[in-house]
Design a protein around this ligand. Structure first.
Ligand code: ATP
Ligand code: MG
Length: 333
């Protein structure tokens, strides 16, 4: 049995984590969940969105599945997602973007992975006001974190037999910060002669991804560019409802969907659970439960062939429930 921390989260979080619980039950996955609250529920209960019990549970179990947690814009608490990544030193954010058959027929062959630096850049949250009408933000890039993410990206390429790593930057403008990022990635790339290496400026990368996403394999980027490009890439395969992710550290991993808490559709029973289910496939792989991971991945691919049961974000008339039931019915094929 693997003990795994489960954080249902805010908005659609409880609805989609419930789907994972039921699907894992049907899969007979050897996992026991340790449920803890973070986000809005935790504020009510403990006065903080990220209580110590949550961090303790993840540190003890080393693996967690996390629903989305709301970050209020402009004021209030610092993002739980960002704090968690920082406190547990989850330095790599891994976001595979893979087409599902028949979902977006403009792009049927996308199979890329965005590897986003997860601890610094503008996410340090260092901001100050000079006066009432001027504010500044400090963007931090270090050689240590950049080399670490570069090494992770190239090791990932090697391990998964991926052919090319593309580094994304804006070093023509941010000469010191992105310059250091780029130089660090270049240094590390020399140790992997079998992996092709290229560099793209982030604006051009955005266009290239929209025009020719099939050309990309592993993409490594600083934190903010990674955030933006992964939503863009999610759009190419049919939306945020399909895009999984993982936050990886040396000893701890937290799996979560790329999307947020989607308050606009919370409680309506129409949230797409696939992004979190695909994150759970990654979790199973991380736990070396490869057969179960394959089974679930296959069931998702088969289920989406039935257009009637798809959730509205995939232009279907179905619900979270109908999609879940279809996926469960495909587990035994
Ligand atoms: P955050 O700041 O937490 O990243 P966000 O403002 O980027 O949040 P999301 O919660 O990611 O917003 O949602 C963006 C849009 O995508 C919303 O319209 C939402 O309804 C939709 N969406 C996100 N996730 C899903 C999902 N699993 N199923 C269906 N629609 C979704
Ligand atoms: Mg977002």
């Amino acid at each position: 049995m693997h003990k795994v921390t489960l954080i249902p989260g805010d908005g659609i979080g409880p609805e989609i984590t419930q789907v994972v619980i039921e699907v894992f039950d049907k899969l007979k996955a050897p996992i026991s969940w340790e449920m803890v609250d973070a986000g809005a529920k935790a504020i009510k209960k403990y006065g903080t969105p990220l209580p110590e019990v949550v961090l303790e549970s993840i540190k003890r179990n080393k693996v967690a599945l996390k629903g989305p947690i709301t970050t209020p814009v402009g004021e209030g608490f610092r993002s739980v997602n960002v704090t968690l990544r920082e406190k547990l030193n989850l330095y790599a954010n891994l976001r595979p973007v893979k087409s599902l058959p028949g979902i977006n027929n403009k792009f049927e062959k996308i199979d890329l992975v965005i590897i986003r630096e997860n601890t610094e850049c503008l996410y340090k949250g260092i901001e100050y006001s000079i006066d009432e009408s001027t504010s500044c933000a400090v963007r931090v890039i270090t050689r240590a974190a950049s080399e670490k993410i570069a090494k992770y990206a190239f090791d990932y390429a090697r391990r998964h037999d991926r052919k090319k790593v593309t580094a994304v930057h804006k070093a023509n403008i941010q000469k010191l910060t992105d310059g250091l990022f780029l130089q660090s990635i270049r240094n590390i790339s020399n140790n992997y002669p079998e992996v092709e290496y290229e560099e793209k400026i982030v604006d051009n990368m955005s266009m290239q991804l929209v025009l020719n996403p099939e050309k990309y394999d592993v993409i490594v980027c600083p934190n903010l560019y990674g955030d933006i490009l992964s939503d863009l890439a999610a759009g190419l395969i049919g939306g945020l409802g399909l895009a999984p992710g993982a936050n990886i550290g040396d000893e701890i991993a937290v799996f979560e969907a790329v999307h947020g808490s989607a308050p606009d559709i919370a409680g309506k029973g129409i949230a797409n659970p696939i992004a979190l289910l695909r994150s759970s496939v990654m979790l199973l792989e991380y736990l070396e439960e490869y057969q179960l991971a394959k089974k679930l991945e296959f069931a998702i691919e088969k289920a989406v062939e039935d257009k009637n049961i798809l959730t509205p974000d995939l232009k279907g008339k179905g619900t979270t429930e109908s999609l879940k039931n279809k996926i469960i019915s495909m587990l035994d094929l």
